[in-house]
Design a protein around this ligand. Sequence first.
Ligand code: URA
Length: 210
Amino acid sequence: MSEHLTVVDHPLIQHKLTIMRDKTTSTNSFRRLLREISHLLAYEITRDLPMTTVSIETPMERMDAPAIEGKKLALVSILRAGNGLLDGILELVPAARVGFVGLYRDEQTLQPVQYYCKLPDGLEDRLVIAVDPMLATGNSSAAAIDLLKQAGAKNIRFLCLLAAPEGVARMKELHPDVPVITAAVDNQLDDHGYIVPGLGDAGDRMFGTK
Ligand code: URA
């Protein structure tokens, strides 16, 4: 993946995203749609994985069949909203290793504060996909990528559902080597660091909190 930003504008993704944005959409539907979109995004983000062949025997004959090469992927969820994307991707890539980074945003400074970090071994040899539905200011995302790099990760991708131009620019500035894959880039951030038009607080909408 050579582009810094990929917007996956597949009609199914865009249609489902519109329903997610609608403030009348229930928690239940929001969660289901996020899981469905995460399948479609996972398809896109894994499209160029290196392949090898394995020798198997079908009921008819022996064949060299295609298989994904190398160590298992690592998925890293940026808590808590990242878990919504993580669950769907894990359904498609069930053997992936999984890590969690907990960062909350100080509402005054909008800067990330770390409260949890648990990462799989061998990150240096894996494709690491960091997931968070919302790339807003980019501060938390960039801080999470810092942690992954400190832990040895060299091949990282950042997957989100919605991005603000400010967040994309921040990631490009701080982590130009990390491709960002998203379903849409919205207009801007508001004064509280929320994406507009956006979909509100992804974690609250996913978990039914306020
Ligand atoms: N986090 C969210 O959940 N929503 C935003 O709009 C920005 C950050």
